[in-house]
Write a protein that binds this ligand. Structure first.
Ligand code: SF4
Length: 277
């Protein structure tokens, strides 16, 4: 049974207006696809995180609620539809993420670049945060992304390295660190952000080691939240972490060298993303 601090209720009425806009424009959000528990709160404030390149992921992480399988071809009109939706929702800070597209030659970076370009064309003051897959730490892909000058580049390590085999099959902790090291080298002025889920069976010392690794790799922002299994067939929750322990992690992460950290049970990478700037 979930503890009392995880009692957030989702009101369908709170989501209706934004859902209707997204449906009309044929856009996906990670809020809906990953069954984010903050959807009522965020959609009521007209905040949403766009999921580009379809709703089917080519990897099979056991924690994630997004559909897996053979992905569809990129939709060339999607960047413009997102840009128009940013204007309709009145967003000042937008988060763009994607499913992992290991099937594409450029790993999907072109769609990020086109989306950034389209948003800048409709409003060059909107802050753009991209939450990227690892692009297999490909230098060319990461360089193209950096050249398009997003305001924040985020990439989530999600958990401690020991749990990768079970939780993030197809990903590699060292490769994710490499993504940050490359970005730090080629775009040192763009802040780098990562995210962790707790409650998967990690030890505190392992989490502290991840803090140190991320800071060394160039990360300045961090989000830490409670893992919640999307269904009974997903990786099970090992532990519910109390709010005071999240606060202890926040303090430790700041001491490790992060500039800004959000750490609480319902924190997600894109939750209140504008507060990191
Ligand atoms: S926290 Fe992020 S993913 Fe969740 S509803 Fe809010 S914007 Fe969407």
């Amino acid at each position: 049974m979930k503890p009392v601090w995880l009692n957030k209720k989702i009101s369908l009425n709170d989501c209706a207006e934004v859902k209707a806009i997204l449906k009309r424009r044929g856009l996906n959000t990670v809020c809906q696809e990953a069954q984010c528990p903050n959807i009522g709160e965020c959609f009521l404030k007209k905040q949403a995180t766009f999921l580009i390149l379809g709703e089917i992921c080519t990897r099979s992480c056991s924690f994630c609620g997004i559909k897996k399988g053979a992905a569809l071809a990129p939709d060339p009109d999607e960047p413009q539809r997102i840009a128009d939706c940013v204007i309709e929702l009145g967003l000042k800070h937008v988060v763009i993420t994607s499913v992992t597209r290991d099937d594409l030659v450029d790993y999907g970076v072109g769609a990020f670049v086109e989306t950034i370009k389209a948003i800048r064309q409709v409003d060059d003051k909107v802050r753009i945060e991209v939450l990227i897959p690892d692009f297999k730490a490909d230098l060319e892909s990461l360089s193209l992304l950096a050249e398009s000058r997003p305001n924040i580049i985020a990439h989530n390590v999600e958990t401690v390295p020991r749990l990768y085999k079970e939780v993030r099959k197809g990903a590699a902790y060292e490769r994710s660190l490499q993504v940050f090291k490359i970005l730090k080298g080629i775009a040192s002025s763009i802040p780098l952000k990562s995210g962790l889920m707790l409650g998967l069976g990690e030890d505190e010392d392992e989490v502290y080691q991840v803090f140190d690794d991320l800071v060394k790799a160039g990360c300045v922002y961090l989000s830490i939240g409670q893992y919640l299994a999307p269904s009974n067939s997903h990786f099970p929750v090992e532990e519910y972490i109390p709010p005071e322990v999240f606060e202890r992690y926040r303090q430790k992460a700041l001491s490790a060298g992060f500039r800004f950290v959000k750490s609480a049970p319902y924190v997600r990478s894109s939750y209140m993303a504008h507060e990191y700037c």
